[in-house]
Design a protein around this ligand. Structure first.
Ligand code: PEP
Length: 253
């Protein structure tokens, strides 16, 4: 199998986080209409808050824009007040799910072992996981970024991902929502290290999953970031909330 036959289309995924009321659907409609008129090279997804997921999936039905959840529980169902099951995301029209975002790891104490369990559950439900990894500023300044992130990859990705569609998102915590981005050299160094881990875990098939970059991706830095070696797309927070900004990033892929 050649490398090009292994290489999927880039993925540009918008993470709306805890933002978005009914009127935000207009932004998604505008993205879908623009991509219908001018199809993107990349696959495009929007991951809204759970309250909007079903409405967003209905709004985007028939368009090229996929929807995704921002988390799911590690168990398939049960007594877990306030949580959301992977099958519920599917039921609400989602195709993808973000797992292990640093805000979940920090705000909810999620460990890589828990993230791996969530990935298993998501796969069993038929979701395509976007698995997030990334170091803190203190870890980078201590020279531990590569070690921290490659350990997160080893521990957050279960063996059952072999042969499944998934992506890894490298998101340095200090770049998320701060307006700071990693340099292209730092991104390329980290993405190469993540790729090497994927090949160690999955063999030749580890060359296929896209490695997304996330952390203050904006229209004015998207071209440079998306052209970097081993960058297979972007996970976009703030700039995915406005159709014009998100479309400019999509056009750069
Ligand atoms: C994110 O939350 O995944 C993210 C990358 O956010 P932002 O683009 O706002 O930095």
């Amino acid at each position: 199998m050649t490398l090009s036959s292994l290489t999927p289309r880039p993925l540009i995924a918008g993470n709306w986080k805890m933002n978005g009321l009914a009127e935000a659907l207009d932004q998604a409609r505008a993205v879908a209409a623009a991509l219908d008129a001018r199809p993107a090279a990349a696959r495009v997804a929007i991951c809204p808050p759970a309250t909007l997921l079903h409405r967003l999936s209905e709004t985007l039905e028939g368009s090229s824009v996929l929807t995704g959840g921002q988390d799911c529980h590690a168990k398939a169902s049960g007594a877990h007040t306030g949580d959301i099951a992977a099958s519920m995301l599917i039921d609400a029209g989602a195709r993808l799910v973000i797992l292990g975002h640093s805000e979940r790891r920090e705000d909810h104490g999620e460990t890589s072992a828990l993230v791996a369990a969530k990935v298993e559950t998501a796969l069993a439900a038929g979701l395509e996981p976007i698995i997030c990894v990334g170091e803190s500023l203190a870890q980078r300044e201590a020279g531990a970024a590569l070690e921290v992130v490659t350990a997160q990859v080893r521990e957050s990705l279960p063996a059952s991902l072999a042969g499944q569609a998934f992506s890894v998102a490298y998101e340095p915590i200090w770049a998320i929502g701060t307006g700071r981005t990693a340099t292209v050299a730092d991104i390329e160094e980290m993405h190469a290290a993540i790729r090497a881990q994927l090949v160690l875990i999955f063999g030749e098939a580890g060359k296929a999953p896209p490695i997304l970059y996330g952390g203050s991706v904006k229209p004015d830095n998207a071209v440079e970031i998306l052209r970097a070696a081993e960058v297979g797309g972007a996970l976009v927070g703030g700039a995915s909330l406005k159709a014009a900004d998100f479309l400019a990033i999509i056009a750069a892929a």
